[in-house]
Design a protein around this ligand. Structure first.
Ligand SMILES: Cc1ncc(COP(=O)(O)O)c(C=O)c1O
Length: 376
C-alpha cells in the first residue's frame, strides 16, 4: 500500500502519480476517454488491486460500485443478501425486487444452514449472493469461505462488501469470493473528505463486465479524489492499527459501563461468530455498536452530549464518529432504536473514553432534531 501505484522510476520524475485532469486522451491508444481509463484513477486501482489480489475498478461512490454489481444480476434471477446490510444497499435491493428485476432472498448470514438453504432455493438456486461482513450496524459475522463454497457449488457468484474491514484486515478473494466491494469513502481513503467505491475481482470475465458497467453507467470518480484516496491508502496500516487498538479498549470499557446494555464488537469474546471473525480477518477492526440502557431519547441524549467525538454519520476517518442509526428514516426497523454505531478514530483512547463516559452519564435534555429528511 505504500509502494504500489507509483510512476516508473525516471531521473527527476515524480515519486507520486500526477493528478491528470483530462477527460479525453490522444487517439491511438487502448482507452481514449476517462470513463474507461485515467492515469490517476489507475494508480489508485493498481494499489488497491494489489492489496486485495485482483483487478480493481473504481467508482464515484460505494453505492455506485454496488449498483454496478446489481446491474450484472440476470433478469428475474434469485439473489441472496444479508437481512442486515448497509441501509442504502438493502433499500436498493428491495427496489429491484419490487420492480421484478430480481427475486430477493434475505437471510441471517450468521447462520450457515439458513445461508445454504437460501442459495440452493430447493431446486431454484440463486444467481448471486451479496454479503456484508461485519454487517452495518449490527456487526454480524458471515463465514466467507463457507458461503463461497456453497455459492460456487450452486453456480452462484459471491460479492462481499468488506468496507468495515478494509483489505488490511480481510481479503475475501483469498477466501473464494468472486468480487470484493469497498466504500473507499471510509477506511481506505480515511479522512472523511471524498466519496469513492471500488470493486476488485480475480475473474477476468467479471473484470471486463465491471469496467463496462463504469463506461456505460458513467459513475466515474474524479482524478483529484483518486489522488486523495491513494494518499489516504498509503497510511492505511498505521491508521487501522491505532483505530483498532482504540476500538478494543473502548468496547471493553463500554461492556462494563452501567448505562450500556450490550456491545457488538468482534474483538469481545461473547460476540456471535467471533471464532469465524478470528479465522477470516487479521483483527476485529475499528467499528463497534452499543445499546444504551434506555430508549431512543436516552441514546439521542448521549449523542448530543458528546464533545470531542463527533455526532455524524459515516465511518473510517481519523476522527471518532458516532450516531444513533435509527435517526435515519430508511434504517432497518429491526435495528434497535437505542443502538449507537461508533467508528473509532486514532485519538488518544483515554480522551475518547473520557468523552463517552461523560456523555453516557449526562442527564441533559434532548434539544435538537437530528432526523434527516431523506437519505441513507
Ligand atoms: C458497509 C457500507 N457499504 C456501502 C456503503 C455506501 O458507500 P458510499 O457512501 O461511499 O456510497 C456504506 C456507506 O455508509 C457502507 O457503510
Amino acid at each position: 500500500m505504500v509502494q504500489a501505484g507509483r510512476p516508473a522510476v525516471t531521473p527527476d520524475g515524480p515519486v507520486n502519480p500526477p493528478i491528470v485532469l483530462s477527460s479525453t486522451l490522444h487517439a491511438g491508444g487502448e482507452h481514449g476517454y476517462m470513463r474507461d481509463w485515467n492515469a490517476t484513477l489507475d494508480a489508485f486501482e493498481q494499489a488497491l488491486g494489489a492489496l486485495d489480489g485482483g483487478k480493481c475498478t473504481v467508482f464515484s461512490s460505494g453505492m455506485a460500485a454496488a449498483n454496478a454489481v446489481f446491474d450484472l444480476f440476470p433478469q428475474g434471477s434469485a439473489v441472496v443478501a444479508s437481512q442486515f446490510s448497509y441501509t442504502g444497499v438493502t433499500v436498493r435491493l428491495k427496489e429491484l425486487h419490487e420492480l421484478g428485476r430480481i427475486q430477493l432472498r434475505l437471510v441471517d448470514i450468521t447462520d450457515d444452514v439458513a445461508v445454504e438453504k437460501a442459495i440452493s432455493g430447493d431446486g431454484e438456486p440463486a444467481s448471486w449472493v451479496w454479503i456484508e461482513t461485519p454487517t452495518n450496524p449490527m456487526m454480524e459475522i458471515c463465514d466467507i469461505e463457507a458461503t463461497a463454497a456453497v455459492a460456487r457449488h450452486f453456480g452462484a457468484y459471491l460479492a462481499v462488501d468488506s468496507t468495515f474491514m478494509t483489505p488490511i484486515r480481510q481479503r475475501p478473494l483469498e477466501l473464494g469470493a468472486h468480487i470484493v466491494m469497498h466504500s473507499a469513502t471510509k477506511g481506505i481513503a480515511g479522512h472523511s473528505d471524498l466519496l469513492m467505491g471500488a470493486l476488485v475481482t480475480n475473474d477476468s470475465a467479471l473484470a471486463a463486465k465491471i469496467i463496462d458497467r463504469r463506461v456505460l453507467l458513467g459513475a466515474v470518480p474524479s482524478a483529484f479524489d483518486s489522488y486523495l484516496a491513494l494518499r489516504g491508502l498509503r497510511t492505511l496500516a498505521v491508521r487501522i492499527d491505532k483505530a483498532e487498538s482504540n476500538a478494543q479498549i473502548i468496547a471493553e470499557r463500554l461492556a462494563n459501563h452501567p448505562k450500556v446494555s450490550a456491545v457488538y464488537y468482534p474483538g469481545l469474546g461473547g460476540h456471535k461468530n467471533a471464532d469465524v471473525a478470528k479465522r477470516q480477518t487479521d483483527g476485529p477492526g475499528f467499528m463497534l455498536s452499543f445499546i444504551v440502557d434506555g430508549d431512543a431519547e436516552d441514546a439521542e441524549r448521549v449523542c448530543q452530549a458528546i464533545k470531542l467525538v463527533t455526532y455524524a454519520t459515516s465511518l473510517g476517518g481519523v476522527e471518532t464518529l458516532m450516531e444513533r442509526r435509527r435517526r435515519w428514516p430508511s434504517e432497518n426497523l429491526a435495528v434497535p432504536e437505542n443502538l449507537i454505531r461508533m467508528s473509532v478514530g486514532i485519538e488518544n483512547p483515554n480522551d475518547i473514553w473520557a468523552d463517552l463516559d461523560q456523555a453516557l452519564n449526562s442527564t441533559g435534555s434532548v434539544n435538537q432534531q437530528t432526523q434527516p429528511k431523506i437519505g441513507y
